[in-house]
Ligand binder design. Structure first.
Ligand SMILES: [Zn+2]
Ligand SMILES: [Zn+2]
Length: 134
């Protein structure tokens, strides 16, 4: 499945290639809450070769020794995250042109889930990181 996405102002665009077996996770961690300004961030974990920018250049922010978060310097949209091991590229589902095309299939970092945020689905839950690269 071939999908495209962009930031809010449109200056950064990307394409991803999915085989349908990807981990798509709701991340409830505090870093994602602060980064997105939202109770949860939804991601799809793409093989590094399946992600490419089509226009513009995102700005990096090293949120930990392992993780770099990339955002649009013009509008602030959180776009994607890379890891030092190069295992996967996490792409924010909200920036996809067709966000309904990828459905989350797991919850991660529920140990930091906000108490009023109700997740009543039956998806697997992990206290910390789900197995992104399984
Ligand atoms: Zn932008
Ligand atoms: Zn997170």
């Amino acid at each position: 499945m071939h999908l495209s996405g962009a930031c809010l102002c449109g200056s950064i665009g990307y394409e991803i290639e999915l085989d349908g077996a990807e981990v798509a996770d709701y991340c409830h961690c505090r870093e994602c809450q602060r980064w997105g300004g939202a109770p949860v961030q939804a991601w799809v974990q793409v093989a590094p070769g399946g992600f490419r920018l089509t226009r513009g250049a995102a700005r990096p922010f090293a949120s930990s020794a392992q993780a770099t978060r990339w955002f649009c310097p013009g509008c602030g949209s959180p776009l994607y995250m890379t890891d030092s091991a190069g295992a996967s590229v996490g792409v924010t589902l909200g920036t996809l042109d067709t966000p309904a095309a990828v459905q989350p299939n797991v919850h991660g970092w529920v140990c930091e889930q906000i108490s009023w945020f109700d997740i009543s689905d039956a998806l697997p839950r992990y206290a910390q990181a789900p197995p992104y690269d399984a």
